[in-house]
Write a new protein. Structure first.
Length: 111
């Protein structure tokens, strides 16, 4: 989680890396409509997205994965997550281009 001196920027962070050395881009859409820029995961470290707009924590998140084929990126996979809670979710792009869960630091919200 990223904290500034005046406010919490988000209660959710999504972190990505890949197990293949291929050109891959990921784009995330938060429940409030905020979208990430292009995320370029690599094989060594996690690259993360933390939304900055208010109201992004709970609800339906979309994660789109595209792989380069020739000179263009082509959509290959979309994952929908319904999140209620806060924390960090870690994902890895597999050889087939889909996302697999590879860890979490997460607190579920209790009503």
């Amino acid at each position: 989680m990223h904290l500034s001196n005046d406010k919490v920027t988000s209660q959710v962070e999504l972190a990505f890396k890949t197990e293949i050395k291929a050109d891959i881009v990921i784009k995330v859409q938060a429940p409030n409509g905020e979208c990430s820029g292009y995320i370029y995961p690599n094989v060594f470290d996690f690259t993360s997205f933390t939304p900055t707009d208010i109201g992004c924590g709970h609800g339906k998140w979309l994660i789109h994965v595209a792989m380069r084929k020739g000179c263009k990126f082509h959509h290959g996979y979309t994952r929908c997550l319904n999140l209620v809670g806060q924390g960090v979710l870690f994902f890895e792009v597999s050889m087939s281009g889909d996302l697999k869960d590879c860890g979490r630091l997460w607190l579920d919200c209790l009503n």
